[in-house]
Design a protein around this ligand. Structure first.
Ligand SMILES: NC(=O)c1ccc[n+]([C@@H]2O[C@H](COP(=O)([O-])OP(=O)(O)OC[C@H]3O[C@@H](n4cnc5c(N)ncnc54)[C@H](O)[C@@H]3O)[C@@H](O)[C@H]2O)c1
Ligand SMILES: [Zn+2]
Length: 420
């Protein structure tokens, strides 16, 4: 029997300029006394996390800032944050101020200070043990400072497991933040390189959830088998379409004119919308490919990110195979691919499988995304390795609108070495 049910989950949301000034009040409604604010050094330097911590005093809440988050967290960096929280706890609530890196680290800290065991017990199998939390987590307020991941609404936390050289995650409905506070004024200081990469993440969230395998094409699940990602459905479609229209208006302006408050506002709205969409429908091929592309980085140092370590930032890693992926998925749902091209580039006529890839390549050139996997240090000889890493992401590939074989993945990755 085929599936007739889809699901939708979301945190409470407060959106708008100044929303981050009200977090002290919001937390006072949860009867909390001690709060740990979690951030990374770059975001700490903007002053936002300390400002958020200070206003809590008015409500009798004691807040302390931990600014040791690693940009693109690893198992080791999350363990450091967890150890800090355990040593200085108990905490009644957590506030993450930052991009996906800070928000995901806060999810892991919340999980491991409320439940027994260690990080790897909860990491998705086969990398970790895939255990589920049996206790309720503390309130977590997520305050994004990038316009990208949508991590403030999702049930996952992404990390790099260093010993196994893989990126993977922890996924459970209890990880979803209690409240998302999206204040576009906090995003104004994002460097252009971060705005571009994180913006490509928004775009791929919207495109992948819009073209995901429809929820009704799966076999009927039993209640205990339901997962947060149920495939494309009428509610996630609505969020994805709106996100694409906002990106069409604001993305290039936000990268090239970071001081444009209206563009920043629209990008924050687009990130929120796309997060609410993909957080329920799921993402597929570009995200599956992004895990090994980021995880096996050699010596690439992108503008706008900490210079100490090589990295391919998440949004950049996702975008590099998007043109080839959507060329390949076109035949599964031509009308959806053409509709997406039209939403992203409303002033042009669009036709055939090349329409969406060419809209993407044009945008990527304009905002200085590197020209394919070759430009971030990979060559033909790396394709087999990348295929192996992508094929391990079966949880994501299960949402693709066509079944992906190793040969298909090799063709998509090979075609992504150079994009224009
Ligand atoms: N949990 C999820 O649902 C989800 C979804 C997508 C991606 N992710 C993960 O999120 C991480 C990427 O997050 P991201 O793209 O938001 O970026 P990020 O958190 O890694 O931050 C990128 C850089 O921008 C800086 N920065 C952030 N906000 C700033 C601001 N307002 N002003 C100045 N500098 C600022 C940071 O200091 C950092 O150097 C990756 O680890 C990725 O895997 C998680
Ligand atoms: Zn993403």
């Amino acid at each position: 029997m085929s599936e007739s049910i889809f699901t939708y989950g979301a945190p409470g949301l407060k959106f708008g300029e100044g929303a981050s000034d009200e977090i002290g009040y919001d937390l006072s409604q949860y009867d909390v006394r001690r709060v740990l604010v979690i951030t990374d050094p770059g975001v700490a330097a903007t002053g936002h996390p300390h400002r958020v911590a200070e206003q809590m005093g008015q409500f009798g809440i004691e807040a302390s800032v931990f600014d040791g988050v690693h940009v693109e967290p690893t198992d080791a960096s999350m363990e450091t944050a967890i150890a800090h929280a355990r040593d200085t706890g108990p905490w009644d609530a957590f506030v993450a101020v930052g991009g996906g890196s800070a928000i995901d680290t806060a999810k892991a800290v919340n999980l491991l200070t409320t439940n027994d065991g260690e990080l790897m017990d909860y990491v998705n199998a086969p990398v970790g043990k895939g255990r589920s939390p049996d206790r309720v987590l503390k309130p977590l307020v997520a305050v994004p400072t990038t316009t990208g991941t949508g991590a403030e609404s999702t049930t996952i936390c992404v990390l790099d497991v260093l010993a196994q050289k893989v990126k993977t995650g922890i996924s459970h409905p209890r990880l979803r933040p209690t409240l998302a506070v999206v204040d576009p004024s906090l995003t104004m200081s994002q460097p252009a390189g971060v705005t571009a990469a994180a913006g490509m993440d928004i775009l791929c969230h919207a495109l992948e959830s819009y073209t995901a395998r429809p929820f009704s094409s799966y076999d009927r699940k039993q209640p205990e088998q339901r997962v947060p990602y149920c495939g494309s459905n009428p509610i996630s479609d609505m969020w994805s379409e709106q996100a694409m229209s906002l990106l069409a208006r604001a993305f290039r302006r936000a990268v090239h004119h970071g001081e444009d408050a209206e563009a920043r506002h629209e990008m924050a709205l687009a990130a929120t919308f796309a997060g609410l969409g993909f957080g329920n429908a799921g993402v597929h091929i570009p995200h599956a490919n992004a895990y090994p592309i980021a995880g096996r980085v050699k010596d690439f140092h992108p503008d706008g990110y900490p210079a100490e370590e090589p990295m391919v930032p998440h949004g950049m890693a996702v975008s590099l195979t998007a043109p080839a992926a959507f060329r390949w998925t076109f035949e599964a749902a031509p009308e959806r691919h053409l509709r997406a091209a039209e939403l992203l580039s409303p002033d042009h006529a669009h036709e055939g499988p090349e329409a969406l890839p060419s809209v993407l390549a044009d945008l990527m050139q304009d905002i200085d995304i590197p020209n394919g996997l070759g430009a971030v240090g990979y060559d033909e000889g790396d394709v087999d390795d990348l295929v192996e890493g992508a094929m391990k992401q079966q949880r994501l590939l299960a949402t693709a609108p066509r079944e992906v074989t190793e040969d298909d993945a090799a063709a998509i990755l090979g075609r992504s070495l150079e994009l224009w």
